[in-house]
Design a protein around this ligand. Structure first.
Ligand code: FAD
Length: 565
């Protein structure tokens, strides 16, 4: 069999390597328009920050072997045509026209099976000055190298356009290198696709601590340079920022043109349509990675969520199906799971945000749960703020968001696994997870969050979110807020509200007479547990209007948590 693969970074090389393993006799040719192959683009932010010193590290195998064309030829049996562009696909003749950038020769290569792994490219705003030196997009190592060199030559000020995951990771790389850093975001919060507003609060706090200058609700309209064509100023709708570096990170769009011109079906997202085996509308042509759309595992709708791990999984599924293996030849879709690092903070998410779930018409509810990732007596215990969004009828998770200095990755992966296997909250609540104090609380954060959700879902607990409480206060509703923490905790930090009273939980029973029964009473503590217990106690004593503040003072103390979604 003769297999042609277009695109040599993640999906393409993965498919090539697996095809070679399954059917070593297959003739495999990989066409890549760039020079470099099979590099870890996801490592770019860490190279820019200086944590990875040599860019070649991003192109090596775990055994330290450089993944260049010799490696592919010698270890994987793949003929590499790099610096070669695929310019046309002819599905009728089963040929691909290629153009060799070095020799300027054009040629036609025939195939039995074709794999399109052309990836995506950064969305470029149509604004003046985009071509100035110092204005970058970051989707290849060449640009990353140029940027790193400019930083080493003493650049002082940088503007990042786009507050998504890449923007946040690059912000860390810049502040780590003492650059004056500005982040310009058109929406009113960063990471809006991944996080609901209240969960974004801690991220914003970290950015503020690092003195990242946030320009929310703001758009870049152009770049101004000097006579030598070097960037000097980034122009906003209102005002401008002096800078020598600008990074455009406003999203990725699929490289689907080649497929579209060959008459292959393109989805509404603009990416190539594929079936569960990753075959395009022509069964002899497969496509995978950032150039295709996927089915969302929660909604069942097509989505465009380009991710490196998905591209690698696609490569394997393509190889399995192409080589005739039934096992492992179906791709079930994506949850859009992602995890990012900003300093000591980890940010994870999977599935739908509450905003997306409600917009999609789900009858859903959500809980907020700030908790330590280990027992308090462990010196390494760190906080994780969690949000679970669940469907009321099916009792299944629709989405999760986690932000904190604790071990977010472990909880995110458990939750994403549960969502992939359609687990209910009831099943999550009794997961048999490993427990010892150095690793987790006796009831892991995931289990506690599931239990809090179940209490809410089953009407056992009666919670108000920070947004709901803030709305009631703003509306001038007559209510009482009772802080049930100890007096020492109350003296150290408390809400700034005229409706606030301190009644420690241990004294609540004795103070019932002083609590009005004719208005809402909101109990609160540090993270929610004592507030919940106080609320249950009040309800037990006939206070039908008692509620507890979800997430307690921990969530309330981020002003952003009080803003509606
Ligand atoms: P690509 O990596 O885009 O490769 C496609 C290749 O095809 C390109 O080299 C291109 O030159 C070549 N090509 C295109 N058209 C032609 C043609 N006509 N002829 C020949 N060659 C062609 N994902 C994560 O999951 N986690 C992360 O932490 C993460 N971090 C990231 C950080 C950064 C800064 C960036 C830019 C991306 C990050 N990603 C991350 C995304 C991840 O890198 C991509 O999802 C992944 O690289 C997609 O792989 P791919 O093979 O589909 O496409």
């Amino acid at each position: 069999m003769n297999v042609l693969i277009i695109g040599g970074v993640a999906c393409g090389p993965k498919a090539a390597a697996r095809i070679h393993r399954l059917q070593p006799d297959t003739r495999i040719t990989l066409i890549e328009k760039g020079e470099l192959l099979s590099y870890a683009g996801c490592g770019i932010p860490y190279y820019i920050s200086g944590q990875i010193r040599d860019i070649k590290e991003l192109m090596k195998t775990n055994a330290g072997i450089l993944r260049d064309s010799h490696y592919f030829q010698n270890f994987k049996g793949v003929t590499v045509r790099n610096l070669t562009v695929a310019t046309r696909i002819d599905p009728q003749r089963k040929e691909v026209e290629i153009f060799d950038i070095g020799t300027m020769d054009r040629e036609r290569l025939s195939y039995d099976k074709l794999v399109i792994a052309t990836g995506g490219q950064p969305i470029q705003p149509d604004i003046p000055g985009r071509d100035l030196k110092g204005v970058y997009t970051l989707h290849n190592l060449t640009n990353a190298k140029k940027l790193r060199e400019q930083m080493q030559q003493g650049a002082k000020r940088a503007v990042i356009i786009g507050g998504g995951a890449i923007g946040i990771e690059i912000a860390e790389a810049f502040t780590h290198n003492d650059l004056e850093t500005h982040l310009v975001e058109a929406k009113d919060q960063v990471m809006a696709k991944a996080l609901d507003r209240e969960m974004c609060a801690m991220v914003t706090e970290y950015l503020n601590i690092d003195e990242v200058n946030l320009h929310l609700n703001s758009r870049v309209v152009g770049f101004e340079g000097d006579e030598e064509g070097h960037l000097r100023r980034v122009l906003l709708e209102e005002g401008s920022i002096e800078a020598e570096i600008a990074i455009i990170a406003i999203g990725t769009r699929p490289n689907a043109q080649l497929a579209a011109e060959a008459g292959l079906a393109i989805g509404a997202s603009g990416a190539i349509q594929v079936n569960e085996h990753l075959q395009t509308s022509d069964p002899d042509i497969y496509a995978g990675g950032d150039c295709v759309e996927n089915l969302h595992r929660i909604t069942g709708k097509p989505v465009y969520i380009p991710m490196g791990d998905t591209a690698n999984k696609h490569g394997r599924v393509i190889a399995n199906h192409l080589c005739g293996y039934a096992q492992g030849s179906r791709f079930p879709g994506v949850l859009g799971t992602g995890i990012y690092k900003y300093g000591d903070l980890s940010i994870g998410h999977s599935g739908l945000t509450e905003r997306q779930a409600r917009a999609d018409g789900y009858a859903c509810d959500a809980i907020l749960y700030p908790g330590l990732d280990k027992p308090e007596f462990c010196a390494t215990a760190r906080r994780i703020d969690m949000k679970l969004i669940f469907e009321q009828s099916s009792r299944r998770l629709l989405g999760v968001q986690l932000v904190g200095e604790g071990d977010v990755s472990k909880r995110l992966d458990v939750l994403a696994t549960a969502m992939s296997l359609d687990a209910t909250l009831d099943q999550l609540s009794n997961l048999d997870l490993g427990y010892a104090p150095p690793y987790s609380p006796a009831l892991d954060n995931v289990i506690s969050a599931a239990n809090i959700s179940l209490n809410k879902l089953d009407g056992i607990s009666h919670a108000v979110s920070p947004v709901q409480l803030w709305k009631s206060i703003q509306a001038g509703e007559d209510l009482l807020v009772v802080d049930v923490r100890t007096q020492r905790e109350f003296a150290a930090e408390r809400m700034d509200l005229p409706q606030l009273r301190s009644i420690p939980l241990s004294r609540l029973l004795g103070a019932l007479e002083s609590i009005p029964r004719d208005k809402p009473v909101i109990t609160l503590c540090k993270v929610g547990l004592r507030g919940y217990e106080a609320c249950q106690l009040l309800r037990g004593k006939g206070f039908a209007n008692a509620f507890y503040l979800e997430g307690g003072l921990a969530m309330w103390s981020h002003p952003k948590t009080r803003e509606p979604l």
